[in-house]
Design a protein around this ligand. Sequence first.
Ligand SMILES: [Zn+2]
Length: 123
Amino acid sequence: MTLASVSLLAGPPAGGWYKEKTLSTAADFAALELGDQVAQVCKKCDSISVVEIQSKDQAMDFCKEGATIDCPSCGNVAKVVRTGPPSQSPQKIEFVDEHGNACMFMAKLEPKSPADFQHGHKQ
Ligand SMILES: [Zn+2]
């Protein structure tokens, strides 16, 4: 299994009104605002759970080293790890299973602006 297989969100989501921004560093999580919607994508069962951010603490819990996040669909438990040496900033956040394989990722859902439709480009 490689980390290169992150093509799950390549297409538009159902409805097509949101675009996703993958949350891959602590700074990404720190930038979340109250009311933001975060997609929790389980690679084991391909399910997407949407979580609404209700506090900054909640957002930071998602990227706290050693924290665990359960998949409500298949019971997969992902552990938060930070990759790269501590001196390196920003460290990448990954969600791994008991074997250390990336088994989940998170993405912020952002409402599309009219410009996204006019120009048709993603991100
Ligand atoms: Zn799952």
